[in-house]
Each structure stands twice: as C-alpha cells, then as structure tokens.
Design a binder for this molecule. Structure first.
Ligand SMILES: Nc1ncnc2c1ncn2[C@@H]1O[C@H](COP(=O)(O)OP(=O)(O)O)[C@@H](O)[C@H]1O
Ligand SMILES: [Mg+2]
Length: 238
C-alpha cells in the first residue's frame, strides 16, 4: 500500500462560535489525487487552510511526511513541501511571471532549478509566452496556472488547490484538470483539490465528501456513481 504523505486526525476548526469543520479525519497517499467535494459552506476551504496553516485549528493532529505539523508556521510547512493554492492565487503580483518562478525555485535543489522552470513552461506554454508580463495583469486562469507553476518550481510535494475551476471557462477546466493529472503522472506529487465541478471525477482517485463540516463519504472513485455525487454534492455541472 502507498504511503500516507498527509494525515489529519480529528481536526476541528472554529470561527468564533461556528465550527466550520468538526473532528475531521483525512489522508492523502503518495501520488494520489484526492477531490474534496461538497456544497458552499461545507468546510472545504477551512480544511485546506487548516492543513496549510493559514487558519489555526482548535483541536486535532496534522502529520506531513511523518512530522507533526499542526503547530508549525505556514512557511515551515511550505519549506517541507506542503503548498496551498488558494482561490485568490498565491503569486507575487508585482513581479513578472519569470521572476515569480525564479524566486520560487530557490526552495529547490540547485541542480534541478533550470529543469523545474522548463517543466512549468512546458505544462503551461502561456506562462512562457507571458514570461515578461507583471503577474497581477494576467487573467484569473493564468494566475492559477502561475500558482501551480510556482508549486512545480518550488518542488512542492503536496499541492492543496482550492476550487481551481471557479472562474475558468469550461474548456479551460478540462485542460487544467488534465494538466494536474499529467503533473501527478510525471512527478511524485500528491494533489488534493476541493471542487464543486463534476469534472473532478475525471481526475480524482478518491473523493472525500464534506457537508456542514462533517464527512459524508470517503470513497475510491470507482465505488461512487456519478449521479450520486452530482445529486448530493456538486452544484455546478459545467
Ligand atoms: N473567516 C470566517 N469567519 C467566520 N466564518 C467563516 C469564515 N470562513 C468561513 N466561515 C464559515 O465556515 C463555514 C465553512 O466555510 P468554508 O470553509 O469557506 O466552506 P467551503 O469552502 O466549503 O465553501 C461556513 O459556515 C462559513 O460561513
Ligand atoms: Mg471554499
């Protein structure tokens, strides 16, 4: 069996008196693509942000590559290879595309840096075309691609991607998802993405259903019917 690179046990995160996620246990295997699905307000973003460290859980254990990380800073988690790509893509807005990648690649081994940047450009040729453009002037979809390119450049081991399909044209969603699958196939990365778009079924190995902060299912994709997922947990079908 594959190694669990990420393991969350009994995680509870509150905003004031609201429990956004309630005693959630979750894991991701080496080279797995896990889709976290659920309606608006289910707690998807809160779960990803709690894992990445941008919000602090009230209770629970988070293990990453064998380390207990729940009290680590975002930066320390990032340095070990855990990267969140939020809905508002995490880029350096005032730098060029090229500079964004060059700054990020510093987290990677020196002898791999050039290759990683070339790979990011190969995955997203538009980033190469726009390499001199200031990142904040890219479209939303291009910024999302750059954020994934930054994950590639910094050699992230696990990429947590929050609803990547939002704001992307349907054709672009399919392409973007295919690229994520290629990244998983080409590299040792694990990808955890939250989604409300049914197309997540095309790439996920396993789906984790959340509703009102609680787990509704955790199943390998082949054990779930498309209709069941669509009816219960997925709002947009574009
Ligand atoms: N900063 C916040 N302050 C207060 N409540 C929040 C905050 N962020 C999220 N929530 C609440 O937590 C719950 C889960 O939200 P969220 O994690 O954003 O869900 P999802 O990403 O699945 O839409 C919702 O009830 C939401 O209103
Ligand atoms: Mg969300």
């Amino acid at each position: 069996m594959s190694e669990q690179v990420l393991k969350v046990t009994d995680l509870t995160t509150c905003y004031g008196s609201i429990s956004a996620i309630k005693s959630i246990s979750f894991y991701a295997l080496d080279r797995e693509i896990v889709g976290i699905v659920g309606p608006n307000g289910a707690g998807k973003t809160t779960l990803l942000e709690s894992i990445a460290g941008s919000v602090q859980p009230l209770e629970g254990i988070i293990e990453f590559l064998g380390h207990r990380i729940e009290h680590w800073s975002v930066l320390k988690r990032r340095q070990l290879g855990l990267m969140l790509i939020p809905q508002e893509a995490n880029i350096f807005p005032m730098m060029s595309v090229k500079k964004n990648l060059e700054v990020s690649v510093i987290l990677s081994d020196r002898d791999k840096r050039e290759e990683l940047i070339s790979y990011a450009y190969e995955l997203f040729p538009i980033l190469y075309e726009r390499r001199k453009q200031i990142a904040s002037t890219l479209s939303g979809g291009q910024q999302r691609m750059l954020a994934v390119g930054i994950g590639i450049a910094s050699n992230a081991r696990v990429m947590l991607i929050d609803e990547p399909s939002i704001g992307l044209a349907p054709k672009l969603v399919t392409k973007f998802f295919e690229t994520l699958k290629k990244i998983r196939d080409d590299t040792k990365k694990t990808i955890v993405l939250s989604e409300q778009n049914i197309k997540v079924l095309n790439i996920a190995d396993r789906l984790f259903g959340l509703e009102a902060g609680e787990i509704r299912f955790d199943e390998r994709k082949e054990n779930l019917s498309r209709d069941a997922v669509k009816d219960l947990y997925l709002g947009s079908i574009s």
